[in-house]
Design a protein around this ligand. Structure first.
Ligand SMILES: [Zn+2]
Length: 215
């Protein structure tokens, strides 16, 4: 039976790594709603043109258009074992609509929530420093330069991009939790939520994920 996984997890929890692993180990195709939009628009499919007409007006693409794209993608042969959905659904209403559509494919829908405490996520996703001359990469915890603020290789000054600053990262993580909480609660209530401790090392997260999916 095909398995459709709604993959949820804040920035820094290793969602990308884990979905790559699921693709290799159980043959699930990774479907990102953003990529689906881009492909459909690029190939000028009917759904792509429709989506573009909303995007051009600065409006959100309606759920039924997105779901139609997902439906079309899932019906391709490479999705016979199932798929990992990334970026959709984002709300309980979208989750219900998706569930109705996936019912046609007689597969099971599972929501997997890989999560960790904010402090862990911030530590993982911030603290990168780059050198001005050649972009050599350092990290304030895991890969310190010999002399603070100076590149070991070429002696140039180290700087931090906004995206790598603690405040920026913390804000991005908070926004994610706020926006995703209703969806997590929705899946928890209907009994379809698998929670994985993403603070563990990558291999352990993978093990937990695979054993939870077998159940
Ligand atoms: Zn350098």
């Amino acid at each position: 039976m095909a398995t459709y996984i709604v993959l949820l997890g804040p920035p820094g929890v290793g969602k990308g790594t884990q979905s790559g692993m699921l693709a290799r180990k159980i043959g699930l195709v990774h479907i990102s709603s953003g990529d689906l939009f881009r492909e459909n628009i690029k190939n000028q499919t009917e759904l792509g043109k429709l989506a573009k007409s909303f995007i051009d007006k600065g409006e959100l693409v309606p759920d039924d258009v997105t779901i139609a794209m997902i439906r079309e993608r899932i019906s391709k042969p490479d999705c016979k074992n199932g798929a990992i959905l990334d970026g959709f659904p984002r709300t309980p209403v979208q989750a219900d609509a998706l569930k109705k559509t996936l019912a046609e494919f007689s597969g099971q829908v599972k929501a997997v929530y890989i999560t960790a405490e904010e402090a862990v996520l911030i530590e993982r996703t911030s603290g990168r420093w780059l050198c001005r001359k050649q972009g050599h990469v350092y990290h304030e915890k895991f890969n310190l330069p010999k002399q603070a603020g100076v590149c070991d290789v070429d002696g140039s000054e180290l700087y931090q991009r906004d995206d790598d600053k603690k405040e920026t990262v913390a804000n991005r993580i908070r926004v994610y939790f706020e926006q995703t909480l209703p969806l997590v609660e929705h899946y928890r209530q209907i009994g379809g939520l698998i929670e994985i401790n993403g603070a563990q090392d990558v291999e352990q997260v993978t093990k937990d994920l695979l054993s939870a999916l077998k159940r």
